[in-house]
Design a protein around this ligand. Structure first.
Ligand code: HEM
Length: 389
Protein backbone atom coordinates (compact mmCIF):
# COMPACT_ATOMS: atom_id res chain seq x y z
CA UNK A 1 0.00 0.00 0.00
CA UNK A 2 1.40 3.43 -0.86
CA UNK A 3 1.49 6.30 1.62
CA UNK A 4 -1.32 8.28 0.01
CA UNK A 5 -3.65 5.31 0.44
CA UNK A 6 -2.47 4.93 4.00
CA UNK A 7 -3.26 8.59 4.70
CA UNK A 8 -6.79 8.23 3.33
CA UNK A 9 -7.40 4.98 5.22
CA UNK A 10 -6.13 6.39 8.50
CA UNK A 11 -8.27 9.52 8.19
CA UNK A 12 -11.37 7.64 6.98
CA UNK A 13 -11.10 3.92 7.80
CA UNK A 14 -14.72 3.24 6.84
CA UNK A 15 -15.68 6.00 4.41
CA UNK A 16 -12.59 5.71 2.20
CA UNK A 17 -12.92 2.03 1.21
CA UNK A 18 -16.62 2.68 0.77
CA UNK A 19 -16.04 5.67 -1.52
CA UNK A 20 -13.46 3.79 -3.58
CA UNK A 21 -15.87 0.88 -3.81
CA UNK A 22 -18.55 3.19 -5.20
CA UNK A 23 -16.08 4.21 -7.95
CA UNK A 24 -16.12 0.64 -9.22
CA UNK A 25 -19.90 0.70 -9.62
CA UNK A 26 -19.83 3.18 -12.50
CA UNK A 27 -19.40 6.83 -13.48
CA UNK A 28 -22.57 7.97 -11.67
CA UNK A 29 -24.46 5.91 -9.08
CA UNK A 30 -27.23 6.48 -6.55
CA UNK A 31 -26.15 5.47 -3.03
CA UNK A 32 -28.84 5.32 -0.32
CA UNK A 33 -28.10 7.66 2.60
CA UNK A 34 -25.44 9.56 0.62
CA UNK A 35 -27.01 10.74 -2.64
CA UNK A 36 -26.04 10.55 -6.29
CA UNK A 37 -22.28 9.94 -6.38
CA UNK A 38 -20.26 11.10 -9.40
CA UNK A 39 -16.97 9.33 -10.15
CA UNK A 40 -16.23 10.64 -13.62
CA UNK A 41 -14.50 13.93 -14.43
CA UNK A 42 -16.57 14.70 -17.56
CA UNK A 43 -19.85 14.28 -15.67
CA UNK A 44 -18.49 16.16 -12.65
CA UNK A 45 -17.63 19.12 -14.87
CA UNK A 46 -21.07 19.01 -16.51
CA UNK A 47 -22.68 19.29 -13.07
CA UNK A 48 -20.32 21.96 -11.74
CA UNK A 49 -20.91 24.16 -14.79
CA UNK A 50 -24.70 24.07 -14.33
CA UNK A 51 -25.10 26.30 -11.30
CA UNK A 52 -28.86 26.70 -11.84
CA UNK A 53 -29.70 23.02 -11.46
CA UNK A 54 -26.95 21.94 -9.06
CA UNK A 55 -26.65 24.46 -6.30
CA UNK A 56 -24.80 25.09 -3.07
CA UNK A 57 -27.90 26.36 -1.32
CA UNK A 58 -30.96 24.31 -0.36
CA UNK A 59 -31.44 20.91 1.36
CA UNK A 60 -28.30 18.79 1.77
CA UNK A 61 -26.07 21.51 0.34
CA UNK A 62 -22.87 22.89 1.82
CA UNK A 63 -24.85 26.08 2.43
CA UNK A 64 -27.09 24.28 4.89
CA UNK A 65 -23.98 23.07 6.69
CA UNK A 66 -22.06 26.34 6.87
CA UNK A 67 -24.66 29.13 6.93
CA UNK A 68 -25.30 28.73 10.70
CA UNK A 69 -21.63 29.43 11.44
CA UNK A 70 -20.56 31.73 8.62
CA UNK A 71 -23.70 33.72 7.91
CA UNK A 72 -25.82 33.82 4.75
CA UNK A 73 -23.51 35.54 2.24
CA UNK A 74 -20.13 33.84 2.03
CA UNK A 75 -19.85 32.66 -1.60
CA UNK A 76 -19.83 28.98 -0.78
CA UNK A 77 -23.50 29.09 0.22
CA UNK A 78 -24.70 31.50 -2.46
CA UNK A 79 -25.99 31.13 -6.01
CA UNK A 80 -27.27 33.15 -8.94
CA UNK A 81 -27.06 36.94 -9.20
CA UNK A 82 -25.99 37.58 -5.59
CA UNK A 83 -23.16 35.06 -5.92
CA UNK A 84 -22.05 36.48 -9.26
CA UNK A 85 -22.11 40.04 -7.90
CA UNK A 86 -20.00 39.19 -4.84
CA UNK A 87 -17.51 37.19 -6.89
CA UNK A 88 -17.22 40.00 -9.39
CA UNK A 89 -16.26 42.34 -6.59
CA UNK A 90 -13.76 39.85 -5.20
CA UNK A 91 -12.09 39.10 -8.53
CA UNK A 92 -9.37 41.68 -8.00
CA UNK A 93 -8.63 40.58 -4.47
CA UNK A 94 -6.40 37.63 -5.22
CA UNK A 95 -4.76 38.55 -8.52
CA UNK A 96 -1.46 36.64 -8.84
CA UNK A 97 0.80 39.72 -8.52
CA UNK A 98 -0.83 40.59 -5.21
CA UNK A 99 -0.88 37.07 -3.77
CA UNK A 100 2.75 36.50 -4.75
CA UNK A 101 3.82 39.71 -2.99
CA UNK A 102 1.71 38.89 0.06
CA UNK A 103 3.18 35.39 0.45
CA UNK A 104 6.74 36.55 -0.23
CA UNK A 105 6.39 39.26 2.40
CA UNK A 106 4.79 37.29 5.23
CA UNK A 107 6.66 34.05 4.59
CA UNK A 108 10.12 35.62 4.15
CA UNK A 109 11.09 35.05 7.76
CA UNK A 110 9.66 31.54 8.26
CA UNK A 111 11.13 30.42 4.92
CA UNK A 112 14.56 31.81 5.79
CA UNK A 113 14.34 29.92 9.10
CA UNK A 114 13.32 26.72 7.31
CA UNK A 115 16.14 27.02 4.76
CA UNK A 116 18.63 27.69 7.53
CA UNK A 117 17.57 24.67 9.59
CA UNK A 118 17.84 22.41 6.55
CA UNK A 119 21.22 23.86 5.63
CA UNK A 120 22.51 23.13 9.12
CA UNK A 121 21.47 19.49 8.71
CA UNK A 122 18.53 19.69 11.13
CA UNK A 123 15.53 17.38 10.80
CA UNK A 124 12.40 19.40 10.04
CA UNK A 125 8.80 18.33 10.52
CA UNK A 126 7.12 19.54 7.33
CA UNK A 127 3.66 19.09 8.80
CA UNK A 128 4.31 21.60 11.54
CA UNK A 129 6.22 23.96 9.23
CA UNK A 130 3.38 23.96 6.66
CA UNK A 131 0.75 24.55 9.35
CA UNK A 132 2.57 27.54 10.77
CA UNK A 133 3.05 29.00 7.30
CA UNK A 134 -0.55 28.43 6.21
CA UNK A 135 -1.67 29.99 9.51
CA UNK A 136 0.63 32.94 8.85
CA UNK A 137 -0.78 33.57 5.38
CA UNK A 138 -4.40 33.26 6.42
CA UNK A 139 -3.67 35.38 9.52
CA UNK A 140 -2.44 38.11 7.18
CA UNK A 141 -5.53 37.72 4.98
CA UNK A 142 -7.92 38.23 7.88
CA UNK A 143 -5.89 41.07 9.39
CA UNK A 144 -4.28 39.43 12.42
CA UNK A 145 -1.39 41.57 13.58
CA UNK A 146 1.94 40.68 15.14
CA UNK A 147 1.26 36.94 15.50
CA UNK A 148 3.94 34.58 16.79
CA UNK A 149 4.62 31.10 15.42
CA UNK A 150 2.74 29.70 18.39
CA UNK A 151 -0.25 31.96 17.64
CA UNK A 152 -0.33 30.84 13.99
CA UNK A 153 -0.02 27.19 15.01
CA UNK A 154 -2.93 27.72 17.37
CA UNK A 155 -4.94 29.46 14.63
CA UNK A 156 -4.39 26.47 12.38
CA UNK A 157 -5.48 24.00 15.07
CA UNK A 158 -8.66 25.94 15.74
CA UNK A 159 -9.60 25.74 12.09
CA UNK A 160 -8.79 22.05 12.02
CA UNK A 161 -11.11 21.45 14.96
CA UNK A 162 -14.01 23.05 13.10
CA UNK A 163 -13.36 21.23 9.83
CA UNK A 164 -13.03 17.86 11.59
CA UNK A 165 -16.63 18.17 12.81
CA UNK A 166 -17.67 17.30 9.26
CA UNK A 167 -17.77 13.83 7.75
CA UNK A 168 -19.06 12.47 4.45
CA UNK A 169 -22.47 11.94 5.99
CA UNK A 170 -22.81 15.27 7.81
CA UNK A 171 -25.74 17.34 6.62
CA UNK A 172 -26.05 19.78 9.50
CA UNK A 173 -23.91 20.74 12.45
CA UNK A 174 -25.48 20.15 15.87
CA UNK A 175 -26.25 23.21 18.05
CA UNK A 176 -23.20 22.50 20.21
CA UNK A 177 -20.97 22.17 17.13
CA UNK A 178 -22.33 25.48 15.83
CA UNK A 179 -21.57 27.05 19.23
CA UNK A 180 -18.01 25.72 19.22
CA UNK A 181 -17.40 26.85 15.65
CA UNK A 182 -18.75 30.31 16.36
CA UNK A 183 -16.59 30.61 19.44
CA UNK A 184 -13.61 30.38 17.08
CA UNK A 185 -15.00 32.30 14.11
CA UNK A 186 -16.64 35.25 15.87
CA UNK A 187 -13.39 36.61 17.36
CA UNK A 188 -11.70 36.16 13.96
CA UNK A 189 -14.58 38.07 12.41
CA UNK A 190 -13.97 40.87 14.92
CA UNK A 191 -10.31 41.02 13.91
CA UNK A 192 -11.31 41.10 10.24
CA UNK A 193 -13.89 43.82 10.90
CA UNK A 194 -11.30 45.95 12.70
CA UNK A 195 -8.92 45.63 9.77
CA UNK A 196 -11.79 46.40 7.37
CA UNK A 197 -12.71 49.54 9.28
CA UNK A 198 -9.08 50.69 9.35
CA UNK A 199 -9.19 50.43 5.54
CA UNK A 200 -6.21 50.96 3.26
CA UNK A 201 -4.77 49.18 0.27
CA UNK A 202 -2.11 47.26 2.16
CA UNK A 203 -4.44 44.81 3.91
CA UNK A 204 -6.80 42.28 2.33
CA UNK A 205 -9.68 43.50 4.49
CA UNK A 206 -8.93 47.12 3.60
CA UNK A 207 -9.00 46.15 -0.07
CA UNK A 208 -12.36 44.45 0.42
CA UNK A 209 -13.69 47.75 1.66
CA UNK A 210 -12.23 49.53 -1.35
CA UNK A 211 -13.86 46.90 -3.60
CA UNK A 212 -17.25 47.85 -2.18
CA UNK A 213 -17.91 44.92 0.19
CA UNK A 214 -19.97 45.63 3.31
CA UNK A 215 -18.49 44.98 6.75
CA UNK A 216 -20.64 41.86 7.14
CA UNK A 217 -19.53 40.53 3.76
CA UNK A 218 -15.89 41.10 4.68
CA UNK A 219 -16.41 39.38 8.03
CA UNK A 220 -18.06 36.40 6.31
CA UNK A 221 -15.36 36.23 3.64
CA UNK A 222 -12.69 36.16 6.35
CA UNK A 223 -14.41 33.16 7.99
CA UNK A 224 -14.81 31.39 4.65
CA UNK A 225 -11.16 31.99 3.68
CA UNK A 226 -10.05 30.74 7.08
CA UNK A 227 -12.08 27.52 6.79
CA UNK A 228 -11.32 26.75 3.16
CA UNK A 229 -7.82 28.14 2.72
CA UNK A 230 -5.75 26.89 5.63
CA UNK A 231 -5.87 23.12 5.95
CA UNK A 232 -6.12 22.56 2.20
CA UNK A 233 -2.78 24.25 1.56
CA UNK A 234 -1.04 23.02 4.71
CA UNK A 235 -1.85 19.37 4.02
CA UNK A 236 -0.82 19.52 0.37
CA UNK A 237 2.75 20.62 1.08
CA UNK A 238 4.05 17.59 3.01
CA UNK A 239 2.12 15.29 0.69
CA UNK A 240 3.72 16.91 -2.35
CA UNK A 241 7.24 16.43 -0.98
CA UNK A 242 6.47 12.85 0.08
CA UNK A 243 5.03 11.99 -3.35
CA UNK A 244 8.08 13.39 -5.13
CA UNK A 245 10.42 11.52 -2.79
CA UNK A 246 8.49 8.23 -3.01
CA UNK A 247 8.43 8.37 -6.82
CA UNK A 248 12.10 9.27 -7.12
CA UNK A 249 11.26 12.63 -8.71
CA UNK A 250 12.44 15.04 -6.04
CA UNK A 251 15.92 15.63 -7.40
CA UNK A 252 14.58 15.97 -10.93
CA UNK A 253 12.11 18.72 -9.98
CA UNK A 254 14.75 20.38 -7.80
CA UNK A 255 17.10 20.51 -10.79
CA UNK A 256 14.47 21.73 -13.26
CA UNK A 257 12.34 24.50 -11.76
CA UNK A 258 10.13 24.50 -14.87
CA UNK A 259 8.71 21.18 -13.67
CA UNK A 260 7.45 22.55 -10.38
CA UNK A 261 3.97 23.58 -11.53
CA UNK A 262 3.44 20.23 -13.20
CA UNK A 263 4.56 18.49 -10.01
CA UNK A 264 2.17 20.57 -7.90
CA UNK A 265 -0.78 19.93 -10.23
CA UNK A 266 -0.04 16.20 -10.36
CA UNK A 267 0.26 16.05 -6.57
CA UNK A 268 -3.08 17.86 -6.31
CA UNK A 269 -4.65 15.37 -8.70
CA UNK A 270 -3.50 12.41 -6.65
CA UNK A 271 -4.16 13.91 -3.21
CA UNK A 272 -7.30 16.00 -3.98
CA UNK A 273 -7.14 18.10 -0.79
CA UNK A 274 -10.90 18.67 -1.20
CA UNK A 275 -11.91 15.05 -1.86
CA UNK A 276 -15.63 15.69 -2.47
CA UNK A 277 -17.95 18.52 -3.56
CA UNK A 278 -21.64 18.70 -2.70
CA UNK A 279 -24.62 20.04 -4.60
CA UNK A 280 -28.32 20.18 -3.96
CA UNK A 281 -30.56 19.45 -6.97
CA UNK A 282 -33.08 22.23 -7.72
CA UNK A 283 -34.71 20.94 -10.90
CA UNK A 284 -35.01 17.61 -12.74
CA UNK A 285 -31.95 16.64 -14.75
CA UNK A 286 -30.32 13.73 -16.50
CA UNK A 287 -26.59 13.15 -16.14
CA UNK A 288 -24.76 10.21 -17.66
CA UNK A 289 -28.08 8.46 -18.27
CA UNK A 290 -29.20 8.79 -14.62
CA UNK A 291 -32.36 10.79 -13.90
CA UNK A 292 -31.86 13.13 -10.94
CA UNK A 293 -34.76 14.62 -8.99
CA UNK A 294 -35.13 17.97 -7.23
CA UNK A 295 -34.29 17.68 -3.52
CA UNK A 296 -31.64 15.02 -4.10
CA UNK A 297 -28.06 15.52 -3.05
CA UNK A 298 -25.19 15.10 -5.51
CA UNK A 299 -21.79 14.16 -4.15
CA UNK A 300 -19.00 14.71 -6.63
CA UNK A 301 -16.25 12.32 -5.60
CA UNK A 302 -13.42 14.50 -6.91
CA UNK A 303 -10.94 12.00 -5.56
CA UNK A 304 -12.47 9.16 -7.58
CA UNK A 305 -12.68 11.34 -10.71
CA UNK A 306 -8.99 12.20 -10.39
CA UNK A 307 -7.72 8.77 -9.38
CA UNK A 308 -9.35 7.23 -12.45
CA UNK A 309 -6.46 8.76 -14.36
CA UNK A 310 -3.98 6.42 -12.63
CA UNK A 311 -1.13 6.69 -10.13
CA UNK A 312 1.21 9.65 -9.65
CA UNK A 313 3.16 10.22 -12.87
CA UNK A 314 4.86 13.49 -13.73
CA UNK A 315 5.16 12.55 -17.38
CA UNK A 316 1.51 11.84 -18.17
CA UNK A 317 -0.37 15.00 -19.29
CA UNK A 318 -3.77 15.72 -17.76
CA UNK A 319 -6.73 15.32 -20.15
CA UNK A 320 -8.87 18.47 -20.56
CA UNK A 321 -11.72 17.23 -18.35
CA UNK A 322 -9.35 16.95 -15.40
CA UNK A 323 -7.97 20.44 -15.72
CA UNK A 324 -7.70 21.72 -12.14
CA UNK A 325 -10.82 19.83 -11.10
CA UNK A 326 -9.24 19.68 -7.61
CA UNK A 327 -10.00 23.41 -7.41
CA UNK A 328 -13.54 22.94 -8.71
CA UNK A 329 -14.99 24.28 -11.96
CA UNK A 330 -17.58 26.81 -13.09
CA UNK A 331 -19.14 29.48 -10.89
CA UNK A 332 -17.67 28.20 -7.59
CA UNK A 333 -14.14 27.57 -8.87
CA UNK A 334 -11.75 28.17 -5.95
CA UNK A 335 -11.34 31.90 -5.51
CA UNK A 336 -8.19 31.29 -3.44
CA UNK A 337 -6.44 29.45 -6.30
CA UNK A 338 -3.79 32.17 -6.90
CA UNK A 339 -3.12 32.48 -3.17
CA UNK A 340 -2.81 28.72 -2.73
CA UNK A 341 -0.46 28.39 -5.71
CA UNK A 342 1.70 31.34 -4.64
CA UNK A 343 2.16 29.85 -1.19
CA UNK A 344 2.77 26.29 -2.38
CA UNK A 345 5.31 27.39 -4.99
CA UNK A 346 7.28 29.49 -2.52
CA UNK A 347 7.47 26.82 0.17
CA UNK A 348 8.17 24.03 -2.32
CA UNK A 349 11.00 26.03 -3.91
CA UNK A 350 12.62 26.58 -0.52
CA UNK A 351 12.38 22.87 0.29
CA UNK A 352 13.64 21.75 -3.12
CA UNK A 353 16.59 24.12 -2.84
CA UNK A 354 17.78 21.90 0.02
CA UNK A 355 17.63 18.76 -2.17
CA UNK A 356 18.51 15.97 -1.96
CA UNK A 357 16.02 15.50 0.87
CA UNK A 358 15.51 12.35 2.87
CA UNK A 359 12.23 11.54 4.59
CA UNK A 360 13.46 10.20 7.91
CA UNK A 361 10.20 9.46 9.69
CA UNK A 362 6.47 9.79 9.07
CA UNK A 363 3.05 8.81 10.35
CA UNK A 364 -0.51 9.27 9.12
CA UNK A 365 -2.98 11.57 10.91
CA UNK A 366 -6.19 10.31 12.54
CA UNK A 367 -9.46 12.16 13.10
CA UNK A 368 -8.98 14.70 10.32
CA UNK A 369 -11.26 15.53 7.39
CA UNK A 370 -8.43 16.14 4.93
CA UNK A 371 -6.07 13.15 4.95
CA UNK A 372 -2.51 14.09 5.83
CA UNK A 373 0.59 13.19 7.77
CA UNK A 374 0.70 13.53 11.54
CA UNK A 375 4.35 14.27 11.02
CA UNK A 376 6.74 14.06 8.09
CA UNK A 377 10.35 14.55 9.12
CA UNK A 378 12.87 15.41 6.42
CA UNK A 379 16.48 16.46 6.35
CA UNK A 380 18.83 17.59 3.65
CA UNK A 381 21.14 14.91 2.27
CA UNK A 382 20.85 11.29 1.19
CA UNK A 383 19.87 8.62 3.65
CA UNK A 384 17.31 6.02 4.58
CA UNK A 385 13.91 6.34 6.14
CA UNK A 386 13.75 5.17 9.75
CA UNK A 387 10.74 3.74 11.57
CA UNK A 388 7.33 4.42 10.04
CA UNK A 389 4.73 4.61 12.80
C1 HEM B 1 -4.73 23.46 -2.08
C2 HEM B 1 -5.53 24.41 -1.78
C3 HEM B 1 -6.98 24.51 -2.12
C4 HEM B 1 -7.82 23.60 -2.70
C5 HEM B 1 -7.49 22.19 -3.18
C6 HEM B 1 -9.13 24.23 -2.82
C7 HEM B 1 -10.23 23.63 -3.38
C8 HEM B 1 -11.43 24.26 -3.61
C9 HEM B 1 -12.55 23.67 -4.30
C10 HEM B 1 -12.59 22.27 -4.87
C11 HEM B 1 -13.54 24.60 -4.32
C12 HEM B 1 -14.93 24.45 -5.00
C13 HEM B 1 -15.87 23.69 -4.12
C14 HEM B 1 -17.20 23.45 -4.78
O1 HEM B 1 -17.43 23.82 -5.94
O2 HEM B 1 -18.06 22.86 -4.12
C15 HEM B 1 -13.07 25.78 -3.62
C16 HEM B 1 -13.83 26.92 -3.40
C17 HEM B 1 -13.41 27.96 -2.60
N1 HEM B 1 -12.13 28.15 -2.10
FE1 HEM B 1 -10.55 26.88 -2.30
N2 HEM B 1 -9.06 25.49 -2.29
C18 HEM B 1 -7.78 25.71 -1.86
C19 HEM B 1 -7.28 26.87 -1.28
C20 HEM B 1 -8.04 27.98 -0.98
C21 HEM B 1 -7.54 29.20 -0.40
C22 HEM B 1 -6.08 29.47 -0.03
C23 HEM B 1 -8.62 30.05 -0.22
C24 HEM B 1 -8.71 31.44 0.32
C25 HEM B 1 -7.96 32.02 1.10
C26 HEM B 1 -9.79 29.36 -0.71
C27 HEM B 1 -11.06 29.88 -0.71
C28 HEM B 1 -12.13 29.31 -1.37
C29 HEM B 1 -13.46 29.91 -1.37
C30 HEM B 1 -13.90 31.18 -0.67
C31 HEM B 1 -14.28 29.05 -2.14
C32 HEM B 1 -15.75 29.24 -2.47
C33 HEM B 1 -15.90 29.95 -3.78
C34 HEM B 1 -17.35 30.05 -4.23
O3 HEM B 1 -18.20 29.31 -3.73
O4 HEM B 1 -17.62 30.90 -5.10
N3 HEM B 1 -9.39 28.12 -1.19
N4 HEM B 1 -11.77 25.54 -3.20
Amino acid sequence: MNWEERLYLTAHPVAYPFLRGVARRGPIVRVPGIGVVVNDAVLAREILMDGETFRKDGPGSPGELWTPVLGPSVLLNMEGDAHRALRRRLTDLFVPSYTEDLCARVLAEPLAGLADRLRRGATVDLVDAARVMAGTVIGEVIGLEGGTQAAYRDLFEQGERIVSMVSLRTRRLSPSQVRRARAVLDPLGDIAAKSYLAGGESTVMGRMRALGLSEDEARGAAGAFFLTGTETVATLLPRLIALLADHGQLDRVARDGALLDRAVEEAMRVTTPTPVMLRSVHRPAEVGGVAIRPGERVLIATHNCCRAHGPFDLDRPHPPELRRLWFGAGPHFCIGYPLAMAQIRLVARTLLAAAPLTVTRRAAARNVLIPTYRHLAVRSGRGREGGAA
